[in-house]
Design a protein around this ligand. Structure first.
Ligand SMILES: *Cc1c(COP(=O)(O)O)cnc(C)c1O
Length: 412
């Protein structure tokens, strides 16, 4: 039977499609090969029937994993300290996969009031229509989370810091409350990127960690502003299997070329994160000195809500600690929204656009009043503008901020 398959076909087109040449296997180079497939071959029907797809012992179908996707999953686990990982088509798909895998009608999910907006919208949209309720808790008040947990609570989302107003929660206290109440906790760890702190080992002694870490790989792991991807990481095989089964049933796949782009960027994530952090802090420190700025919201700055929690989690053993190159400023309430918009419009190096972690610095004005249940007491009044730093030189970015600030936000 095997021999029959080696017969040379009579027609050259068939011959080229079934060509027997196999290149030598020992090719070794810095970047791994890119495997693209919907169909995966089996040597025979018995092998097809036996092949297992859930545990990376083999391949069954492109949607269930390829050497390329397995490799990225394993490297992400190495970075963050996870044991299992699934890749999904976006960061938001990572959040929705967690919700759909773990929640059913009658359950409740708790989210921080400063959660990534579309995660709140998922709770208010699809989850609500499925009969899954939600509550928003105050991320800076652990007792508020404890009070809201009830016998229907199945999942608690954590985010450190909130992605626009930048409050850094007491992640240790929030995680402990979830553990004490036997409720799963999932962290949106896009900001930390597996570098600022270790979500599965918050104390550094292996005794406390989140159950799930979800990421927008779109941000730092991609680093290029050109890939949308997400991941869901766990350390518990049973929990992983639940997520993996849901992932399979939803038909979530990622494109091999996108995986390759992330694999290519991943080795430089440490230096990119650190450089973008340094630039972000230089800009935030500059803003602190500008009279137009009422408050700098950056976890590494003492005036930023929850700064002490960032310090205790990220500033391990006297080092300066790490933070993403992301911060917001509250511009003085004396300026109208139209003036703040003009300030953003007249920046030359900063582009107006969502997302972060790429090479180009970005700016977005946000309407905090419309995003929160109530205006948070720890935020000064004013108009919020969020900056994400790219890989440009800090001095050039500061010059750019300076020219637009002078032109559009005059001191009265
Ligand atoms: C960007 C982002 C997401 C969503 O990622 P996409 O790939 O854009 O869907 C989720 N959470 C946080 C905190 C983010 O910044």
């Amino acid at each position: 039977m095997a021999d029959m398959k080696k017969i040379i076909p009579a027609h050259s087109v068939t011959h080229l499609i079934h060509h027997p040449y196999q290149p030598p296997g020992e090719f070794d180079s810095p970047q791994p090969g890119v495997f693209k497939a919907s169909t995966v071959y089996f040597p025979n029907v018995a092998a097809m029937r036996q092949r297992e797809w859930k545990n990376k012992s083999g391949y069954t179908y492109g949607l269930h994993g390829t050497p390329t996707s397995y490799l990225l999953e394993e490297r992400l686990c190495a970075l963050e300290g996870g044991l299992q990982c699934v890749l999904v088509p976006s960061g938001l798909a990572a959040l929705s996969t967690v919700a759909l895998a773990l929640l059913k009608t009658g359950d409740e999910v708790l989210l921080p009031d400063n959660a990534y907006g579309p995660n709140k919208a998922l709770a208010e949209g699809e989850l609500k229509s499925f009969g899954i309720t939600h509550q928003f808790y105050d991320p800076l008040n652990a007792a508020d989370l404890a009070d809201r947990i009830n016998d229907r609570t199945r999942l608690v989302w954590l985010e450190a810091p909130g992605s626009v107003s930048m409050e850094f929660p007491d992640l240790l206290a929030l995680t402990r409350i979830c553990k004490d109440n036997n409720v799963l906790c999932a962290l949106d760890n896009t900001w930390g990127a597996g570098l600022a702190f270790k979500p599965f080992d918050l104390l550094g002694d292996g005794t406390l960690g989140v159950d799930i870490s979800a990421h927008a790989l779109t941000k730092y792991p991609s680093g290029g502003g050109d890939v949308l991807m997400g991941s869901v990481m766990t350390r518990d095989p049973a929990l992983h299997l639940k997520i993996k089964l849901c992932h399979m049933r939803l038909g979530l796949g990622v494109a091999a070329n996108d995986v390759e782009a992330v694999l290519r960027s991943l080795p430089s994530i440490g230096i990119r994160y650190k450089t973008q952090d340094e630039t972000g802090r230089a800009l935030a420190a500059w803003f602190q000195l500008q009279p137009q700025c009422a408050q700098v919201l950056h976890p590494a700055f003492p005036e930023s809500p929850g700064h002490e929690h960032w310090r205790s989690l990220c500033e391990i053993s006297g080092k300066t600690g790490l933070a993403a190159g992301l911060f917001s400023v509250m511009l003085s309430p004396q300026y109208a929204q139209s003036q703040v918009d003009a300030f953003c419009d007249h920046l030359k190096l900063f582009k107006i656009g969502y997302s972060w972690g790429g090479p180009v610095s970005l700016v977005v004005p946000y309407d905090i009043g419309a995003m929160r249940q109530a205006w948070p007491t720890h935020l000064k009044s004013g108009t919020l503008v969020r900056f994400s730093t790219g890989l440009e030189t800090a001095a050039d970015l500061i010059d750019d901020l300076q020219q637009s600030l002078l032109a559009n936000l005059p001191l009265s």
